[in-house]
Design a protein around this ligand. Structure first.
Ligand code: AMP
Ligand code: ZN
Length: 137
């Protein structure tokens, strides 16, 4: 994929701080870390987001995120780890090449990640549950 910065970083066309590399993935340090040790798991194959990428590549990226989370926790003596993966501008994605954030967390570093509360009613939740369930068949 031409002009994709994460394709260039993942495939070594642009040098960057690399935590780990294999045939299919590269784990790099985020250029604007939310905390010390904030890394990104990048597939070498281009796919804009979870919808464009095949399940096998997505699953491999998540397995690798677990391995990086364990390594970062030990290496930096982190108290916890946030794993984030944004899909689409409305979800906060800014770089349109699938990636998983692995963010070490330390006691009292900042208030825990806020989860917006939509105020959906039980009825709305039940309806959404049924609708999503239909598409799982
Ligand atoms: P997202 O909002 O999930 O798309 O996250 C994109 C992330 O990529 C942000 O945390 C950026 O700091 C990071 N980022 C953008 N450009 C680079 C780069 N050249 N090298 C490393 N990280 C980058
Ligand atoms: Zn790409």
């Amino acid at each position: 994929m031409e002009n994709c910065i994460f394709c260039k970083l993942a495939n070594g066309e642009i040098p960057t701080n690399t935590v780990y590399e294999d045939e299919n993935y590269r784990v790099i340090m985020d250029a604007n870390p939310a905390n010390i040790g904030h890394s990104l798991v990048l597939p070498k194959k281009h796919g804009k987001d979870i919808f464009e990428l095949d399940s096998e590549t997505v699953a491999g990226a998540h397995a690798l995120a677990k391995k990086v989370a364990e390594a970062a926790k030990k290496a930096l003596d982190a108290d916890g780890i946030n794993i984030l993966q944004n899909n689409g501008e409305s979800a906060g994605q800014t770089v349109m090449h699938f990636h998983i954030h692995v963010i070490p967390r330390f006691k009292n570093d900042w208030p825990s990640m806020p989860m917006h509360q939509s105020g959906a009613t039980d009825e709305e939740t039940k309806a959404a549950c049924a609708k999503i369930g239909e598409f799982m068949k």
